[in-house]
Ligand binder design. Sequence first.
Ligand code: B12
Length: 279
Amino acid sequence: MIQADDLLTLHEAAAIVGCHYQTLYRHVRAGELKALMAGGTYRIQRGDLESWLSDRDARHGAVPQRNTRSWPKLVTNLLDALLAGDVRAARQQTERLLAGGATMAYLCDHLYGPALYQVGALWSDDQLSIGVEHRASRIVEGLLAHSTSRTSKPGPRIGVVIVAAPLGDRHSLATQMVAAGLHAEGFHVHYLGADLPVAEIVQMAEREQADLVALSCCVVDREGLSAALAALKAAGFSTLVGGHGISESEALTLGATCYGASIEDAQLLARGLVRSSAN
Ligand code: B12
């Protein structure tokens, strides 16, 4: 008999895993994580969550994956290096984690992203200058470029993806993370960076015969994003939207094919979309 305490909501389970609840929802929908339906919502048994986590840890290697005690420490270490402009310390940390088996998605979702959030919080509290923020951003760009060259699945590419942030959004780091994650997953990625005019995104998708266009959104302005989504839909391309500037319901209302809340989601959803368009 299942005890009520052993049945977790998606939010409770996500708090244990240290990810967004929508990420778990996608694993449930993909049939990778067992869940029950109770009162119209998903519930996950504690034991099922534990076995799913163990399998996932085994697949990802010997990193402190969901060791929630050690990742905040790693984030603090990276933040210290970013604020001090210590490229070497930041690079050594990434090197150690990659050598220990850390995946690109995990680095982005649990290390680089959270460290950048803290940079943003300090900046908006006037506790650091634009110069320090810019330097920190450049260091993370370098870490991403370095890790990208180290993480690529062998074998043929599984699909062609265009990655960009639309006109009006200058936050290129999130797009670089999506590009890095999809490259590591085995996609052929055309990474266009940020602030891209609609016509450029559509032309590139056509020229490269893209299977998917992934767009990131970090701002409140919707002009560039909604124009890009409309043009891509009219041209027949599937789109994946994400970024902390937009919610799932808004992305779907604007015409996105689907929405992801993390780099792990980007990998899972891109694989699903490319697989379903091939069938
Ligand atoms: C670095 C930075 C900048 C740099 C960007 C440098 C670069 N090369 O990217 C610069 C200096 C250019 C900048 C400019 C501005 N910024 Co700024 N910036 C940041 C900062 C500190 C980090 C951004 C970042 O990279 N975050 C990390 C990313 C990876 O997080 P994320 O978007 O959540 O992404 C994760 C998931 O959402 C997901 N994901 C992301 N994209 C996608 C896409 C897909 C398809 C999928 C599936 C998943 C996915 O995966 C990621 C990893 O887990 C943030 C602070 C913060 N909280 O993020 C502010 C922040 C984003 N900026 C902000 C603001 C206000 C601005 C400015 C308007 C400031 C100004 N007055 O000029 C301008 C905007 C200019 C413009 N038009 O774009 C606000 C945004 C508020 C809002 N919602 O509009 C923030 C939140 C700071 C704050 N606390 O106020 N910024």
